[in-house]
Design a protein around this ligand. Structure first.
Ligand SMILES: Cc1cc2nc3c(=O)[nH]c(=O)nc-3n(C[C@H](O)[C@H](O)[C@H](O)COP(=O)(O)OP(=O)(O)OC[C@H]3O[C@@H](n4cnc5c(N)ncnc54)[C@H](O)[C@@H]3O)c2cc1C
Length: 469
């Protein structure tokens, strides 16, 4: 599929008008139909065109979500759950119009069970809000996508971030959840027990479902203890491939690195300009180690030796919190920093993930492809997981450029899949990657479609996304 060929969804104008009337009576001002709020709830963070919903509704509890779902189901109207709208593949677009269900008013932290290292939250709580709330408990929630996303959205895209190499992704972090299904009933997928062998794993069916199977109304999440000591720093390398080889050696040696992020020279230049820093403008790894004082020093030194073997270094590291915070703030701002390389451009973020042993090969072939095709595409990645992004900067109004970028993305996704990897390590499928799902999973897509039909027979939840091919 070409990136520009979004899946069409037929509008149901009559049904939409009826649902808007029901919601207006029920929710008053908490149903909004103004142009700018609808536009803001269509997709905004990427190259894909905006497709607005007809109304945005702000429920405050599960019962209100049930009412909205029942109204949409009765009149066969699309319902698109919305967290903070930071997803990158057109996930919250409304190709057939319909209702955007914004969870921002469902933002209560319902329980923190410090002795069990878990908490239960409503879906609109953001990851930063949760960590602020946990500050005095000695615990933290480790999953950190570059945006301050909602926990419902993060569960729905199976998100991860820089800490995933040590603490896992939303797949590991969600112990159980509650969701409103297409018939308006509430399902609870599990308990707070650390393990369970009770039947089908409904938690993991809904984690990563991208709002296509139900609306998550609460989540029980695994928390982590704040480590006694943290060290971190930046290490330059002569080539991106050498940096990738250092990542592979670090992981294969079992060094329990907490963060190991790959950044190419172009991205370093953008980071320096945007965040007013003076890091080396060569390929670099950003690293962090968690543990005891002695442990983090030992891990940093071991890594320094690995880097040297690959021609990298010096690895300058610190345990000073302010310096580390500055480093990771700059890393998290890398996406926005990239736009300084071509003001006015739109960005298309790729997201392949390969087995760690294939990382250097996949990165090297991709860099060569970028150079051969004259693309402006900084590289950054959660390399410890074998996951890296290129943000291709382009003019979406130039058809020749769009075609060139689409061809590059297709080659990259197929390259990763051929290496037994995936076209998306963390951003999800949404609209933008739906054309690659069958290539990756084959008949698995038909099984997904059967599940979708069984759970959402009228196709009200987030139509035109995920399983379309
Ligand atoms: C600068 C930047 C950096 C990023 N870095 C990363 C990164 O490092 N790692 C990463 O994984 N992602 C990253 N992302 C992508 C994005 O932050 C994640 O996909 C995030 O999980 C989306 O959360 P959200 O609250 O914004 O969800 P939204 O965009 O609002 O929604 C995402 C999807 O989830 C569904 N959804 C939302 N809430 C619910 C609910 N309660 N029930 C059911 N379905 C729901 C929506 O329908 C939609 O399909 C980045 C994005 C930006 C802009």
């Amino acid at each position: 599929m070409a990136l520009s060929d979004l899946i069409a969804v037929q509008r149901n104008d009559e049904g939409i008008a009826k649902v808007l009337e029901i919601l207006r009576n029920e929710f008053g001002d908490r149903l909004q139909t103004g142009h700018s709020i609808r536009e803001q709830h269509g997709h905004t963070t990427t190259y894909l065109p905006n497709q607005m919903p007809d109304g945005v509704v702000f429920p405050e509890n599960t019962e209100e979500v049930q009412k909205i779902v029942r109204a949409c189901a009765a009149h066969r109207v699309p319902l698109i759950p919305f967290g903070t709208g930071t997803s990158l593949e057109g996930h919250v677009n409304a190709p057939g119009g319909g209702i955007s269900l914004d969870t921002s008013r469902m933002n209560r932290i319902l329980a923190v069970n410090a002795e069990d290292l878990d908490c239960t939250v409503e879906p609109g709580v953001t990851r930063e809000e949760l960590n602020r709330h946990l500050r005095d408990t000695g615990l933290f929630f480790p999953i950190d996508p570059g945006a301050n996303a909602s926990l419902g959205g993060m569960a729905s895209t199976r998100a991860s971030g820089t800490n995933a190499v040590r603490y896992g992704t939303m797949r590991e972090a969600v112990l159980s959840l509650t969701a409103v299904m297409a018939d308006g009933e509430v399902v609870k997928t599990g308990a707070r027990a650390k393990k369970s062998a009770a039947g089908y794993d409904l938690t993991r069916l809904l984690v990563g479902a991208e709002g296509t199977l139900g609306v998550i109304t609460s989540l029980t999440l695994r928390l982590q203890g704040i480590p006694q000591a943290i060290s971190g720093g930046v290490c330059p390398f002569p080539t991106l491939e050498a940096a990738s080889r250092a990542v592979i050696a670090t992981i294969q040696m079992g060094i329990p690195v907490a963060r190991i992020e790959l950044v190419n020279a172009l991205q370093m230049k953008a980071i320096n300009t945007y965040s007013r820093l003076d890091y080396p403008e060569s390929p670099c790894l950003f690293l962090e180690f968690h543990g005891s004082d002695a442990g983090v020093a030992e891990q940093a030194e071991l890594f320094g030796m690995i880097a040297e073997e690959q021609g990298g270094g010096p690895f300058l590291w610190t345990t000073v919190a302010e310096e580390r915070n500055r480093l990771w703030k700059a890393r998290h701002d890398a996406y926005w920093a990239s736009f300084s390389l071509r003001p006015g451009a739109k960005g298309l973020s790729t997201d392949v993930c390969v087995p760690i042993s294939r990382l250097a090969e996949c990165v090297a072939e991709t860099e060569a492809d970028i150079a051969e095709n004259g693309l402006l595409a900084p590289v950054v990645g959660h390399a410890g997981d074998g996951n890296f992004h290129t943000l291709v900067l382009m003019d979406p109004d130039d058809p020749a450029e769009v075609a060139k970028v689409e061809a590059f993305v297709a080659r990259l996704n197929r390259r990763a899949i051929a290496m037994d990897g995936t076209c998306t390590g963390e951003h999800g499928i949404g609209q933008g990657k739906s054309g690659f799902l069958r290539h990756e999973l084959g008949h698995g897509v038909d099984v997904m479609r059967l599940i979708k039909q069984a759970l959402d027979p009228h196709g009200i939840f987030n139509p035109g996304k995920t399983i379309t091919g």
